[in-house]
Every structure is written in structure tokens, then in C-alpha cells.
Design a protein around this ligand. Structure first.
Ligand code: PCA
Length: 196
């Protein structure tokens, strides 16, 4: 029997009208390696993104949860090593919230490490010639909020949880800003899933 993977991407936010994370997640095959995928598009809203993911995970009972988000300015696919207990938004989210200096979970620990094998994922993606590097900060915006909340919920359980930031698409990147073609991002996520 296949294992269950919940994989999430985000809606567009800020000035963008497209988000490479959902564009890539929605194009993945429904079955990859040992996993049967359930794909979920999340709002870029503090708290609400994680609630939506938790609701789906409660029904699904996934073996692993992999969240994907856009990281403007990065040229590589970046598995995130750590989630921190901080909301510190440099811009409003899609509901107009701009929390600053707040915890994601009051009384929660300062940080959690990813519980998916980040080094193995990065090596596998790089091994196929795709630019990929570990990242030690998922920021303090909605992506980190989602990642921290899920790690907190699934700490001590068998459900492994990780987050991968992906570069912008060529059509989003102005003035030679870093970007990666959609097909390459889709391929990288497929490799990451087989390395879970
Ligand atoms: N990237 C943002 C939120 C949604 C997304 O795709 C982030 O890095 O927090």
C-alpha cells in the first residue's frame, strides 16, 4: 500500500499574480515513488494557512507533509532546516495582517528542526543537476508560520514534516532577478518526494 503525502503550495501574494509553489505542486503526478499525493492550495494568511493544512491532515492521516513556498531572490531550491517560533512580517498578508514580534505558538519552543531528511533531499536534487542548497531560515512570514505550526503539532508523532522554498518563475523575475523554470521546479519536487 502506498504511503500518504500531503503536499501544499500557496496562492499568490504581494505584487505577484502567480505563485511558483502552487504552480509546481499542482503539476506533480498523483503518485510519486512510495507516495500517493494529496495536493492543497493554501491562503497566504497567518494562522489560516496552518489551520487549513491541519484540517486536511486530520482527515487524511498523512505519513509525511511537505509544504512548498516562493522565496523571491533565491536562485536555488532550498529545503528549510529549521522553523522558528516568530511572526515578524515585513508586509501585510493577504488578509491585511502584519504581526510583529509575536510567537507562532505562545509557550512553544523557540524552534523545531525539519523532520524530513533535508540533507538527503538536497543531495538527491543536486545529484540530478538542479541548483539546491539547505536554508537555515524560512523567514518569519506565512511560510515559517505554517512550517512551525505543523512541526509543533506533529512533534513526537510518526508524521514527518518539511518545507521547501522555491525560486520565482522567469515571468515574475524582473531586472535579471534569480528565477527557475517551472519544469525544473516540478522535477526538483518530484526528486525530493522520492528522497523522503
Ligand atoms: N512565500 C511566503 C508566503 C507564501 C509564499 O509562497 C513566505 O516565504 O513566507
Amino acid at each position: 500500500m502506498k504511503k500518504k503525502l500531503l503536499i501544499t503550495g500557496f496562492e499568490p501574494f504581494g505584487r505577484d499574480t502567480i505563485n511558483p509553489s502552487w504552480e509546481a505542486v499542482s503539476r506533480l503526478e498523483d503518485t510519486i515513488g512510495d507516495y500517493e499525493l494529496t495536493k492543497l492550495r493554501l491562503p497566504v494568511v497567518f494562522g489560516a494557512a496552518a489551520e487549513r493544512a491541519l484540517d486536511t491532515a486530520r482527515e487524511l492521516g498523512p505519513d509525511a507533509i511537505l509544504c512548498v513556498g516562493q522565496a523571491g531572490g533565491r536562485s536555488a531550491v532550498t529545503p528549510e532546516v529549521v522553523a522558528i517560533n516568530l511572526r515578524d512580517a515585513s508586509m501585510e498578508d493577504n488578509a491585511g495582517n502584519r504581526p510583529m514580534d509575536e510567537p507562532v505558538v505562545p509557550e512553544g519552543p523557540a524552534a523545531y528542526f525539519a523532520s524530513v531528511p533535508v540533507r538527503k533531499i538536497a543531495d538527491a536534487v543536486r545529484g540530478k543537476g538542479i541548483s539546491c542548497a539547505l536554508s537555515y531560515s524560512a523567514g518569519a512570514y506565512v511560510c515559517n508560520d505554517l512550517f512551525y505550526t505543523l512541526r509543533h503539532r506533529y512533534e513526537g508523532t510518526k508524521t514527518r514534516t518539511g518545507f521547501i522554498h522555491v525560486p520565482c518563475l522567469p515571468e515574475q523575475a524582473k531586472d535579471q532577478a534569480p528565477c527557475m523554470p517551472l519544469d525544473t521546479i516540478v522535477q526538483a519536487l518530484g526528486i525530493a518526494i522520492t528522497a523522503l
